[in-house]
Write a protein that binds this ligand. Structure first.
Ligand SMILES: *[C@@H]1O[C@H](CO)[C@@H](O)[C@H](O)[C@H]1NC(C)=O
Ligand SMILES: *[C@@H]1O[C@H](CO)[C@@H](O)[C@H](O)[C@H]1NC(C)=O
Ligand SMILES: *[C@@H]1O[C@H](CO)[C@@H](O)[C@H](O)[C@H]1NC(C)=O
Ligand SMILES: *[C@@H]1O[C@H](CO)[C@@H](O)[C@H](O)[C@H]1NC(C)=O
Ligand SMILES: *[C@@H]1O[C@H](CO)[C@@H](O)[C@H](O)[C@H]1NC(C)=O
Ligand SMILES: *[C@@H]1O[C@H](CO)[C@@H](O)[C@H](O)[C@H]1NC(C)=O
Ligand SMILES: *[C@@H]1O[C@H](CO)[C@@H](O)[C@H](O)[C@H]1NC(C)=O
Ligand SMILES: *[C@@H]1O[C@H](CO)[C@@H](O)[C@H](O)[C@H]1NC(C)=O
Length: 426
């Protein structure tokens, strides 16, 4: 029973619809540019699919920039969308919409006018759209299009020129012969700046090398755009450099990286003998040092203090000149650091220079610690620790520190104490 009444209803509605068709019979273009790019209007609008509509035709741009054509639906179909129009003659929604839609050259492998196509409307509609010319100096490929549909991968050292009127993207890219080294890395050749490949620059004649202290990564490349410069902070820290001769961005960077032997090995290896090559420490740390350490299995470990291998270990032997951790594990044990590679400020007395710590330094014979101390008679002492095991008994009046020349500056740091000491001298 129910099925029969449903069937009757459907039949009734069908008759109703049929009668409204036969009275209005308006033809409208129906398409969606996200599914059919001819919907933009680059082709002949007559070849687009038609539908029969009961009230009006409509064309609009949705929030993704797609062009939608079809029947107008509801009372105010364009409400809230400035990019929308209705009209009521056959195929009236088939023209270019909106009128000011930009045309650009859209092509791949089109280096110059020999291979230019005619400009065509941009597929996506974007207010203030622009045309682009994109040139990759490595592959020497040129592509052109609308900024609203950019090339999916924009390389840093590629040309990406934009312009703003119909068909303006006709620039013929310059093919430069200027090259720079090109790598990204936090170890090996990119840090040492050796065995690098160079790349043709898209423009200009400036190379760049930059160190990122957070990721400990070195970047080498051509400058990415004409006005690219190092930041003031990076310049001040020596973390960025630009230069303008071919492949000038090679070499160890930052330039003042410490070099240490960095290896592990048993007796009989270059590492154990201290004859292996040194390389740049991967972290940048002020007062970094090289270390050597022989573990209980007689394996030699060498590296940079900043690699944290030694963390807290008393048995690591430190020194602080490039390649200084090269004492052989045989014969002389590496239990003594290289004399002369580690120094501390050195003075004794209560003259102002010793109070302020602006005194000469002295190479240390033992260990890798410096010491500052106020004696009972208020005189100051600055020196290397006298043995590997010397520590401060009274931490209020004595301090040791870990690092090359770490015992400079006012001591004790309490200004009142300093004032008092200067005063009693007068
Ligand atoms: C669309 O409408 C136009 C104009 O009425 C007509 O010439 C054309 O044949 C129609 N196209 C289709 C696919 O119905
Ligand atoms: C375009 O480039 C090709 C190859 O570089 C060259 O042979 C041709 O003459 C150029 N055409 C124009 C119009 O410059
Ligand atoms: C690049 O080098 C080639 C061949 O060495 C030369 O013909 C060309 O003029 C050079 N281009 C520029 C921009 O210097
Ligand atoms: C670089 O990073 C280290 C920690 O890895 C930090 O100790 C040092 O202060 C940083 N240097 C600069 C100049 O920011
Ligand atoms: C290392 O090996 C050599 C022989 O190759 C030997 O004379 C020396 O004693 C060994 N050193 C140690 C610390 O075992
Ligand atoms: C290390 O030194 C020992 C002698 O001290 C020598 O016999 C050996 O060949 C050296 N090994 C290497 C790899 O240089
Ligand atoms: C260790 O390195 C220093 C400086 O890098 C060098 O002067 C010295 O000759 C080296 N010592 C050995 C035993 O190779
Ligand atoms: C350390 O020295 C200060 C100043 O001379 C003194 O007041 C303090 O008692 C000393 N502390 C110890 C633990 O000896």
């Amino acid at each position: 029973m129910e099925t029969t009444s449903k069937a009757k209803l459907i039949l009734f509605l069908g008759v109703l619809l049929f009668s409204s068709y036969s009275t209005v019979a308006l033809q409208c273009v129906s398409c969606d540019s996200s599914k059919d790019i001819t919907c933009v209007g680059n082709g002949l609008s007559l070849s687009l699919p038609n539908v029969t509509c009961s009230t009006e035709c409509m064309v609009s741009i949705n929030s993704f920039g797609d062009t939608i054509r079809g029947c107008s639906i509801g009372e105010n179909p364009c409400e809230g969308n400035a990019l929308c129009e209705t009209c009521s003659s056959d195929i009236c929604n088939g023209g270019i919409f909106p009128d000011d839609r930009l045309k650009c050259l859209q092509c791949d492998d089109c280096y110059n006018s020999t291979s230019f196509p005619l400009p065509t409307y941009c597929q996506n509609y974007l207010d203030n759209d622009q045309c682009f010319t994109y040139f990759d100096p490595t592959s020497l490929s040129t592509s052109r299009g609308c900024v609203s549909s950019p090339p999916f991968a924009l390389c840093g050292n590629c040309l990406y020129e934009k312009c703003s009127y119909d068909g303006c993207n006709t620039l013929q890219p310059e093919i430069s012969n200027f090259t720079c080294y090109d790598c990204i890395g936090s170890d090996g050749d990119c840090i040492d700046g050796q065995n690098l490949e160079s790349t043709r620059c898209a423009h200009g004649n400036t190379c760049l090398v930059r160190y990122d202290n957070t990721s400990r990564t070195v970047y080498r490349d051509c400058v990415a755009f004409e006005n690219e410069e190092c930041s003031d902070d990076d310049l001040a820290n020596g973390f960025c450099k630009t230069c303008s001769t071919e492949n000038c961005n090679g070499g160890i960077f930052p330039e003042d990286r410490l070099l240490c032997l960095q290896c592990q090995g048993k007796n009989g290896t270059d590492c154990y003998n201290g004859t292996s090559k040194s390389s740049a420490c991967s972290r940048i740390q002020k007062f970094d040092r090289c270390y050597s350490y022989i573990d209980h299995q007689d394996i030699m470990h060498r590296g940079c203090e900043s690699d944290d291998y030694c963390e807290g270990s008393e048995s690591c032997i430190y020194c602080s000149l490039d390649g200084c951790n090269n004492i052989s594990g045989n014969g002389e044990s590496p239990s003594e650091p290289n004399v002369g590679t580690f120094s501390c400020f050195s003075c004794a007395g209560n003259d102002v220079a010793c109070l302020l710590g602006s005194v000469p330094t002295q190479p240390c014979e033992h260990g890798n610690k410096c010491l500052m101390k106020v004696n009972a008679d208020k005189s100051i002492e600055r020196r290397c620790v006298s043995s590997l095991f010397e520590t401060c008994e009274n931490k209020t009046t004595c301090e040791t520190c870990d690092g090359n020349m770490c015992n400079g500056g006012v001591f004790p740091k309490d200004g009142a104490e300093l004032f008092y000491m200067i005063k009693i001298r007068v």
